[in-house]
Design a protein around this ligand. Structure first.
Ligand code: GTP
Ligand code: MG
Length: 171
């Protein structure tokens, strides 16, 4: 168990801008438990960075999540999840299945998220204005998450608290 206050079987929604470190954090869970919107875009279009494929990828993500929750399996959603409508759909599905919900805010500073973009290949680089708006939405989402129905809200400051978990991974 990654954090002591996480339920053993629940819905874990990572929230953060591109480059915040969501996929890096997600790798601390067994890979079968992680639903990555990027990976599913790749599955439907051969291009993980193809924004046109987001709708199709999101449809598949929701279908798999549904089937996993019917089995009461723990699932981690690796996507930006900075929009309330996106989160509400996930929370509603979890409540329907009686699964506890956890929001994990990956609150990496904007400057770091932007700097990490510059290290990526063109096909994986998210434009600066989009990263800025995702980061703003992440900050804005913070005080809303409990009202949205999340049972637990956790911070994973990728610069600080993630480091021990990454170290544990490499042991
Ligand atoms: P998107 O998929 O574009 O939304 O980004 P993401 O939030 O999944 O970010 P990702 O996990 O791909 O991390 C971006 C870069 O930051 C990668 O090169 C990681 O190696 C690095 N990184 C992520 N988390 C940490 C951390 O805690 N410490 C350090 N040093 N580097 C990190
Ligand atoms: Mg990612």
């Amino acid at each position: 168990v990654l954090y002591p206050d996480l339920p053993e079987h629940g819905l874990i929604v990572l929230i953060g801008a591109s480059g915040a470190g969501k996929s890096t954090l997600a790798r601390t869970w067994p890979s079968s438990q992680v639903l990555s919107l990027d990976a599913l875009r790749g599955t439907v279009s051969d291009e993980p960075g193809n924004q046109e494929a987001t709708g199709d990828a999101a449809d598949i993500l929701k279908l798999i999540l549904e089937r996993r929750m019917a089995r009461k399996l723990n699932t981690v959603i690796d996507a930006t999840n900075v929009e309330e409508t996106v989160r509400m759909e996930l929370v509603t599905a979890a409540k329907r299945h009686g699964m506890p919900t956890v929001a994990v805010i990956v609150a990496t500073p904007l400057t770091v998220c932007l700097q990490r973009q510059s290290l990526r290949p063109d096909s994986r680089r998210v434009p600066e204005d989009i990263v800025r708006s995702q980061h703003r939405a992440m900050v804005h989402s913070h005080q809303r998450l409990t009202a949205e129905g999340f049972n637990t809200v956790i911070f994973a400051d990728a610069l600080n608290r993630l480091e021990p978990y990454l170290n544990r991974l490499s042991q």
